[in-house]
Design a protein around this ligand. Structure first.
Ligand code: FAD
Ligand code: DHB
Length: 392
């Protein structure tokens, strides 16, 4: 098989890139290791920056997002049994965010791709990328029990953190930067109306909790737990009791409880791989970088990488110039590091220290009080949360 751009991975990054290339008239083939059912139901992100909504709109893939997405004007911070509203439009000159699940973005993009092309192969696992430095790199993959070859002009690795693309970079050019956090998140989905209109980020004495949502009838909540936690050790009542304690404030407020339909534990890590291009192999999304989920940057970064890449391929197609592809890695990494900094700061500010360091704990409260008291500090949080410009 031969194509112009071979895309490995059918998560949000790979699917959106395929859509952008198709609309520019560039042919591509997308290889996804898992089946359709699996990729459409993997519970993950839900908070979209305005730029992410705009990107899906420009790709003509936002019809359901516009109809069903929940536009949010701000978030609530809770600490010391108090609540503080951070109002995004006032602090950012009108910006908002949208709640719409990653599962739904993936379903929308898969449906468009199957209806309009380009080829999307499920259960097609890339094994190895060969000759990335040459003008015709190739991907060996297994599909329907047969090993096959995809010869490309360019290969884009959108195969997430555990994919194969990043490992194709020679050691001599690869640099990676990582930080592990001493806690994880236990995430649940529950069939119950959200107990809030805005997302709540709470620094409880016993740890962090986040209240998000998927629809007016489905809540999504997260709880800080120790690394190595087994979700089976958390029966439903224990989860609700712990969430209620962490969200508790002195004012009148109650957490609604309902049947829990999904439970999973996610470890937290920051990781950046540099550069994001080697020869004719480019990385996008989690394949190149991951952030802890506090602040909701992962999916948004994947989309912004792909926006830059879509423009770069469009320029190549239109003018033959590789200038934007040459600048791709540097342009994305500037934004990636800003999001890495923000996610790290949010994480460190809101999670309880497992070692109980009282000095750190006082600093966390001082940071939170500063945000509550200072318009400048709140505006800085709002600017980062709603999304920095595509090229900061
Ligand atoms: P992925 O979604 O990981 O997709 C990679 C794809 O590649 C997968 O489908 C995989 O099957 C496929 N693949 C892997 N190896 C191969 C191979 N060898 N051959 C072929 N295919 C392969 N981000 C936000 O912005 N906002 C949030 O609110 C948010 N919340 C989150 C909450 C949780 C609990 C978690 C875990 C993550 C959250 N994120 C959030 C992060 C976000 O989900 C990821 O950043 C996003 O999925 C990245 O998309 P991607 O396409 O780069 O990678
Ligand atoms: C969601 C996840 C996050 O990590 C976050 O910061 C906000 C919302 C969510 O899944 O809805």
């Amino acid at each position: 098989m031969r194509t112009t751009v071979g895309i490995i991975g059918g998560g949000p990054a790979g699917l959106l890139l395929a859509r952008l290339l198709h609309r520019t008239g560039i042919d591509c083939v997308l290889l996804e290791a898992r089946d359709r059912e699996y990729v459409e139901h993997r519970q993950r992100a839900g908070m979209l920056e305005q730029g992410t909504v705009d990107a899906l709109h420009e790709a003509d893939a936002a019809e359901r997002l516009h109809a069903e997405g929940l536009v949010h004007q701000g978030i609530e911070l809770r600490f010391d049994r108090e609540r503080h509203h951070i109002d995004f439009p006032t602090l950012t000159g009108g910006r908002t965010v949208t709640i719409y699940a990653q599962t739904e973005i993936v379903k929308d993009l898969v449906a468009l791709q199957l209806a309009e092309g380009p080829p999307l192969l499920f259960e097609a696992e890339a094994l190895v990328i060969e000759k990335p430095e040459s003008a015709s790199p190739l991907v060996r993959f297994v599909h329907e029990g047969r090993e096959q070859t995809l010869t490309c002009d360019w290969v884009v690795g959108c195969d997430g953190f555990h994919g194969i693309s990043r490992d194709t970079f020679p050691d001599a050019v690869s640099r990676s930067y990582a930080h592990d956090y001493p806690y994880s998140w236990l995430g649940i989905l529950a069939d119950v109306a959200p107990s809030c209109e805005e997302l709540i980020y709470a620094r409880g004495e016993a740890g962090f909790a986040l209240h998000s949502m998927r629809s007016p009838h489905v809540s999504r909540l997260y709880l800080q737990v120790p690394n190595g936690t087994d979700a089976d050790d958390w029966p439903d009542d224990r989860i609700w009791d712990e969430l209620a304690a962490r969200f508790a404030i002195d004012a009148d407020w109650t957490l609604r409880r309902g049947p829990i339909t999904a439970k999973s534990v996610t470890p937290m890590r920051s990781y950046v791989h540099e550069p994001m291009r080697h020869g004719r192999l480019l990385l996008a999304g989690d394949a190149a970088h991951i952030v802890p989920p506090t602040g909701a940057k992962g999916l948004n970064l994947a989309v912004s990488d792909v926006r830059v890449l879509g423009r770069a391929f469009a320029a190549l197609h239109r003018t033959g110039s590789e200038e934007l592809l040459d600048a791709y890695s540097q342009m994305c990494l500037a934004r990636v590091w800003q999001a890495t900094r923000f996610s790290y700061d949010m994480t460190k500010m809101l999670h309880a220290q497992p070692d109980g360091d009282a000095f750190e704990s006082r600093l966390q409260l001082a940071r939170l009080r500063r945000i509550a008291a200072s318009r400048h500090a709140a505006a800085e949080l709002a600017a980062n949360y709603t999304g920095l410009p595509l090229m900061p």
